[in-house]
Design a protein around this ligand. Structure first.
Ligand code: SAH
Length: 357
């Protein structure tokens, strides 16, 4: 180790920071005093700070989490899991069979944390509020993990007390901060004790990184933001499609090595009159046919400056039925925390009237 300390000091630091979640280096009592003061002088270790919290009527909490340099991101706490719609790979109803939605197997409660990988985002999807921030910066692996630890601490839970699912679906494109994202995954598995089987990462379709990701020893499940059924529409709503089009993306999806019992998720944001017709549904079927995949439909979560609207509920159901009848497992993602701008595509540090403490 660099600081002229024995190698096991690194393990002690790791244990303290990630397992015991100490707030400051001088609380790491396993380290000798001299080393502690040395560290305190040089490193601002500890968790990122909660700057704001917004509580939804549905129990969802949106946290604004601030880092040492003043940059901030949002992290969303969703109690009671998500009944499968959040893209964590579990099926609706699976948990009910195991003792009701509030109880996971083994009697533990469950919850999902939606994690940011970058401050802002460079991908510029036309329906997403995060795009309006532009890319502010990448988060370090420590900052990605730190967000989660801060939220667990705020909620007074641990991976031992509650079954925690993680979805890397907050601000940013995880596959454009690939190394730090993967490092965070490994820290979370080894240090925090959250298994990768409870993690899902969503990508806008960064094809070379999808291939890299398939080769990782330890990795979350994969969700791909499809969001359009043909290149003409996808070029419009997700400009990244001009770099990696649907054929390239679907080839990567077909080549992706799935583990036993694993399947891919495709997310499809329904935009009224843009990608929600019967014809669009048929095109989606043609794209994903033969893949071991499910589709999660998300009715657009509206926001200021977003030039689209959400389809009527009936249209969402019709779209779902078309896919199901073609043999594609299709779920409708329940919006969480829309009233506080915490739902998919709404993370832009928006101010709302605080509803409750
Ligand atoms: N950058 C990654 C991670 C974000 S995940 C990705 O694009 O996959 C967030 C999910 O919410 C994505 O599937 C995205 O397409 C979807 N989304 C973005 N804006 C939305 C909005 N306004 N309403 C509903 N879903 C939206």
């Amino acid at each position: 180790m660099e600081a002229g300390q024995p190698a096991y000091r690194g393990q002690q630091l790791f244990e303290a920071l990630y397992r015991q979640r100490v707030e400051a280096v001088d609380q790491i009592t396993t380290l000798p005093n001299s080393f502690r003061s040395e560290l305190t002088k040089n490193y601002a270790a500890g968790l990122p700070q909660t700057q704001k919290r917004f509580v939804s009527v549905d129990g969802t909490v949106r946290y604004l989490i601030g880092f040492a340099d003043g940059q901030s991101v949002e992290t969303v706490w969703m109690p009671e899991g998500d009944n499968g719609e959040q893209g964590d790979g579990s099926e609706a109803g699976e948990e009910e069979a195991a003792g009701g939605p509030r109880e996971a197997k083994g009697g533990r409660r469950r919850a999902t944390v939606c994690v940011s990988s970058q401050a802002g985002c460079a991908v510029n999807c036309q329906f997403c509020m995060t795009a309006l921030l532009g890319l502010l910066r990448n988060l370090s692996a420590g900052e990605i993990v730190g967000q989660i630890l801060r939220v667990l601490q705020e909620q007074k839970v641990s991976p031992e007390s509650e079954r925690i699912n993680l979805v890397f679906m907050g601000q940013g494109e995880p596959f454009l901060n690939y190394e730090n994202f993967m490092k965070a995954v490994r820290l979370l598995v080894a240090g925090v004790g959250i298994p990768e089987s409870r993690m899902t990462v969503s990508t806008a379709g960064i094809v070379p990184r999808i291939r890299d990701f398939g080769g990782e020893q330890v990795r979350p499940k994969l969700a791909i933001s499809l969001n359009a059924s043909n290149d003409a529409t996808r070029d419009q709503v997700m400009p990244i499609n001009r770099k990696w089009n649907l054929a390239t993306l679907l080839t990567a999806a077909r080549q992706f090595p799935l583990r036993p019992r694993e399947r891919l998720t495709f997310e499809y944001v329904l935009l009224n009159g843009v990608n929600d017709s019967e014809q669009n549904a048929r095109e989606v079927v043609a794209l994903v046919r033969g893949l071991n995949a499910k589709v999660n439909l998300i009715a657009l979560n509206p926001g200021p400056e977003i030039p689209f609207s959400a389809p009527e509920e009936e249209r969402v159901h019709t779209f779902q039925q078309s896919l199901i009848q073609a043999g594609i497992p299709t779920f409708i993602r329940r919006p969480r925390g829309r009233d506080i701008y915490a739902a998919c595509g709404q993370l832009k540090r928006a101010e709302v009237v605080q509803l409750s403490a």
